[in-house]
Every structure is written in structure tokens, then in C-alpha cells.
Design a protein around this ligand. Sequence first.
Ligand SMILES: *Cc1c(COP(=O)(O)O)cnc(C)c1O
Length: 218
Amino acid sequence: MALQAISAEIESARAKSAHAAQHVQLVAVSKMQDAAAIMPLLEAGHRVFGENRVQETAGKWPALRAQYGDIQLHLIGHLQTNKAKDAVALFDVIETIDSGRIALVLSEEMQKQDRNLACFIQVNTGEEAQKDGIAPRDVEKLLRVCREDAGLNIKGLMCIPPAGELPDMHFALLHKLAHESGLPSLSMGMSADFKTAIRYGATHVRIGTALFGARESA
Ligand SMILES: *Cc1c(COP(=O)(O)O)cnc(C)c1O
């Protein structure tokens, strides 16, 4: 099964690299995969998954959670304020905080629901106009808002490097920003580049295609 092969590749990349994290968490990206595709991973004992849409997660995961328990779901897609309530109820980790406004709305929802989700700030390391995430120079300011004004539990930073570029510079930049802010977690690396990300200190790799095969287009 691909889960074992990918887990072994993660561990081998980790063991080979001087700057790798002590532990690299595989976040299995199950977006656009149905319950039948996800269940073999759950049966094999994997419990950490990533989804990019609140709606899709609401349709898929409550039943799987009831059956398997103990699951940790990461939101890895953009979050709109009007979905914050559902996101807080459905997810355990939000990886895509990219504005003070979403931080404050999430904070209010967490208080209402008495839930304390771990969060990552998404950084637009390539400063691409069409991409979500905050510019590298604004990380420090947003981190302050998240902590002091919203009281969020910010664990680290997340990025998606620009397509068609070597990811190294982006992973190195995210590592530097996290280090400067004293943040312990780095969510970076996908199917095509997770080994590179691990070399730059990734603590979370988000892998879909290499685990599940190609997604059918929407
Ligand atoms: C889809 C997605 C992934 C997984 O990508 P693969 O190339 O299928 O491994 C990782 N991170 C984010 C934010 C995604 O949207």
C-alpha cells in the first residue's frame, strides 16, 4: 500500500538530512477522495488527514470520525469567514490563517464552541497575486494579532511554493521566518517535493496524489 511506501520515504529523507525535524507528520490529503478510498488508510491506523473544503468535509468526515475516532483533520484550503463556524466544528487544525479578520472570527467561534484548534499562518512565499497567504514581511504583525488580539494557538507556518519554480528557496524562507518568530512547526512539501521540504525542516508534509493516485478533476 502507498501509505507504507510514503511513510518509509518520509522517514528515510528525515534520517538522511542534518536539518530535518525530529518527527515529520504525514498529513494525508484526502480532498476529492470518497470514504471508500480513505478507509484503507484508517484501517491501517493512519489518523491525520487534510481537506481543503469545509462543505466536502462536512459530507464525508462525521461518519468516518464516528466509526474510527481519534482523527485529526487539518484544513489546508482557504477559509471564508462565513464558514468559520463549521470549520471550527469539523477540523482540529487550521493551516490557512492569512488575515487578522479570519483570526478574530475563528477566535470568537472557538470560544462559542469551547474548542481550541491549533493554527498555522499561511505565507505566500512567492508573493503571487492570485495565491492566498500573507506576504513574508507581514508575518510578524499577523502573528501578534493572532496571539494578542485573538488568543489563537499558533503552532507554525504553512506555504505552497509557486508552480514551475524550484521549491527550495520557498522552503528555506518559510524555515527562516518560523525560526525568527520562534514557531516550532512547518507545514510544507506535497507529493512532488516533500523530500526537499523535509531537508529544509518540514514538520508536516501534505501528501495527496502520491498516496491516493491522481484526483479526478471537479
Ligand atoms: C491538494 C493539496 C495538497 C496535496 O497535493 P498533492 O500534490 O496531491 O500531494 C497539499 N497541500 C494543499 C494546500 C493542497 O491543496
